[in-house]
Write a protein that binds this ligand. Sequence first.
Ligand SMILES: [Zn+2]
Ligand SMILES: [Zn+2]
Length: 286
Amino acid sequence: MLVGAHLSVSSGYPATVEYAIEAGCECMQVFGKSPRQWKGKALDPEAAAGFVQSRKQAGLGPLFTHTAYLINLATDAEPIRSRSIEALADEMGRGRLLGAAGVVLHIGHDPHEDSPAAAVRVASGIVAAFEACGCSHPDTKLLLENTATRGFGSGMDDFAAVFTALPLEVRELVGVCFDTCHGFAAGIELGSSAAWETLLDDIERACGPGSLGLIHANDCKFEFGSHRDRHEWIGKGFLKDEAFEAMLCVDRLESVCAVTEMPGDIPDKDVVNIAKLKELREECSR
Ligand SMILES: [Zn+2]
Ligand SMILES: [Zn+2]
């Protein structure tokens, strides 16, 4: 596996690349724009191209972007739904410009506790966003992220329902981002290699082979099945070292990226957690 972290781009792209190298990133995630706003300043194509180029020169692996938290394709409430579609189209365009391998989107919150209907809304919202964007490209996938909360989006059944509702040509452009803290909080076992094999089988069955595009490697502050989303440093939470060592040593995850999204101060939160993941990865070959 390649390991990295979610990084801030607030000091500009050149500073982000420098920081990524210092922190030991092999891959990274950034926000495509401010995560708490519907609209953002347009990306400067030249700056975006410079970012792509400097990452390449530095030998950094894939980049992922994370979309705004406001987007919710699982709701039917207006104007949130139309705004979400518009915002996702914009985020896909940004991801494409930044050379992102994946654009991460929370699968969404269903206000009606009717998961099958929510899944159909998510699928049709994705189709509408791709149409509005006109930027579909197989190298920049949309990655749906699992949730820690009860109900829609916490298990692979809901992912399967979304993928089934997607037309084939769109399905090929969509994958999964699995967050370990969210999964554990939602009651998915991750503590052994057997548990990881089961999860990866479930993801493949639900969303297709090769659909897992990214892992958010976060330890969890609260216990198994708590449905509470509070990230903890690797090895310091209830997932402990074992879950991450198992993850890092699974053969079929060899080319997959794992990024941490940690609370705390920079650079420690990134330097320490990336080093920790690399240390656990070292254990595999022993
Ligand atoms: Zn997320
Ligand atoms: Zn989280």
